[in-house]
Design a protein around this ligand. Structure first.
Ligand code: PMP
Length: 350
């Protein structure tokens, strides 16, 4: 991962050559009166629409190069709630690889339609794992069954595959190069922790001095035992601790709830005209909490993992929002509430 120059584009061709290289946009209106600069890494500009295109491409292309994946013979099988599956569907479609996606009943109809449009096969899990009551372990169990029963199957296993993590060296490299090495704070949503871990690797390797803030969901098991609560917004958070996550990846963890995500998304679109997905709202909410403790004059980068188009029936639907949270529109019609003192944040020394 060289720091001074972009890697030559010798790899993927066609539409896949547009994965990565996403814009970094300065947000001057998001936090009125904030004495630091805020930049957003706009991962929706990847061709499949999310940050997960980087992981999907890295996990598949390496296996094609090594000869382990052969178009017409191999089958890729993966569990994904949406974005990784869409990234894989595009990549497998391009290379002519069969793809079976194991999703669950929370996956939107639109995402399932997108997967099928790319030619992927979709299996929907509706019954949670009896031991944990969670859908994710049930999905992983089904993937293991399919892999065992399918000749020449490849399970990328995004929760444990180092290629997922490695895919995000470029995410951080692009940010570093765009800001000439001055990245004081990075705020990243964590699910598999691929984005977080890949950025952490780059930051530590190049001794950037960047404070890495991970954003997790309330009710997630990523950074310790979960607080008991249900999660409505997909993307960030996980019901298992991923093998990919390493101690020390995050300097600080901020936990946010579903309503925080909605308020973050609605504030972002109100103030910056950026229609972003639920985990982007989580990142915006986390930034609002972190802001008072950030030294003035800092460069702060937030990673926005996907766009809002796939959340029109939920986060951007007033009826859905009222049903789950009551009448809360005043929360984004007003200036941000004063943030808690820095000591109230979940600082962790992993
Ligand atoms: N946000 C969204 C919208 C996602 O789809 C994901 C991946 N599930 C994440 C955040 C978390 O990214 P990562 O898997 O790299 O931790």
């Amino acid at each position: 991962m060289p720091r001074t120059e972009r890697e030559p584009k010798t790899g993927p061709k066609g539409i896949l050559s547009t994965v990565g290289g996403t814009p970094l946009v300065e947000l001057e209106r998001l936090i009125p009166g904030f004495a630091s600069r805020v930049f957003a890494k706009m991962e929706r500009f990847n061709p499949g629409g999310s940050v997960k295109d980087r992981s999907a491409l890295n996990m598949v292309a390496a296996r094609i190069r090594s000869g382990e994946l052969v178009p017409g013979r191999s089958t890729v099988i993966e569990s994904s709630s949406g974005n990784l599956a869409i990234g894989l569907a595009q990549i497998c479609g391009y290379y002519g690889l069969r793809l079976v996606c194991v999703v669950d009943s929370r996956t939107t109809r639109q995402n399932i339609a997108i997967l099928r449009a790319y030619g992927a096969e979709v299996e929907i899990i509706t019954e949670p794992d009896p031991a944990t009551g969670q859908l994710l372990p049930a999905r992983l169990h089904r993937v293991a069954e399919l892999v065992a029963a399918t000749p020449h199957a490849y399970w990328p296993d995004q929760y444990a595959n180092p290629l997922n993590r490695q895919a995000h060296h470029t995410t951080m490299q692009e940010i570093d190069l765009a800001l000439d090495g001055k990245v004081d704070q990075l705020v990243v949503a964590a699910g598999t922790s691929g984005t977080l871990g890949g950025c952490a690797d780059y930051i530590r390797h190049h001794r950037l001095g960047t404070t890495l803030n991970a954003v997790d969901a309330l009710g997630s098991a990523l950074f310790g035992p979960p607080a008991p609560c249900t999660r409505l917004v997909p993307g960030h958070g996980a019901s298992i601790a991923p093998r990919l996550l390493r101690p020390g990846d995050a300097d600080r963890v901020v936990h946010v709830g579903d309503l925080d995500c909605v308020v973050g998304c609605r504030t972002l679109v109100r103030r910056e005209a950026i229609l972003a997905g639920g985990s982007s709202g989580a990142v915006v909410a986390a930034l609002a909490r972190l802001a008072p403790a950030i030294p003035p004059g800092s460069n702060v980068v937030i990673v926005l993992p996907d766009g809002g188009d796939r959340y029109l029936d939920t986060i951007y639907d007033d009826t859905w929002v009222r049903r789950h949270f009551g009448d809360v529109t005043h929360l984004w019609d007003q200036p941000p509430a004063p943030a808690p003192a820095a000591g109230q944040l979940a600082d962790i020394a992993q």
